[in-house]
Design a protein around this ligand. Structure first.
Ligand code: HEC
Length: 116
């Protein structure tokens, strides 16, 4: 590879890194922490984006369709349990958690989920 081409690709890489840094900094500049919640999301959305990352995908136990009591769900979400991280009110708001916990308790099992 020629010296010029090498420098050009180096410059291109720097541009990509700079772009990525800008994208990450944008919410911080707006005074918002990464992962912080904007507005209220439905239980379905939170489950799909947050809980379903582990639950139903062999990382965490299946929690849908087991009639897990809402109070238990709330406690575990706020405090974590072994391999499960705790979620702060800035990540899942109190109102969202109330709705989510009730939704989990009343949920039906999903055939496409797998786990233990
Ligand atoms: C990073 C992966 C991960 C995420 C994300 C996650 N969990 Fe968990 N969760 C786990 C693991 C692992 C366990 C099993 C903990 C243990 O072994 O005691 C667990 C356990 C639980 C339990 C107890 C299940 C039982 O059988 O008693 C509940 C309820 C629960 N999680 C709810 C949630 C909810 C609601 C969310 C979304 C807000 C969530 N979890 C997000 C990994 C996760």
């Amino acid at each position: 590879m020629s010296e010029t081409r090498n420098r050009a690709s180096h410059r291109a890489m720097l541009a990509v890194v700079a772009l990525a840094a800008t994208a990450l900094a944008a919410p911080l500049l707006a005074g918002q922490k990464l992962g912080e919640v904007q507005g209220t999301r439905t239980p379905d959305e939170i489950y799909a984006k947050t809980c379903g990352y582990c639950h139903g995908r062999n990382v965490g136990p299946i929690i849908l369709g087991r009639a897990l009591p809402a109070d238990t769900v709330k406690h575990i979400v706020r405090h974590g349990q072994n391999g499960m991280p705790a979620f702060r009110p800035t990540e899942v708001t109190p109102a969202e958690l109330d709705a989510l916990a009730m939704w989990v308790e009343k949920s039906a099992a999903r055939k496409q989920e797998h786990g233990y």
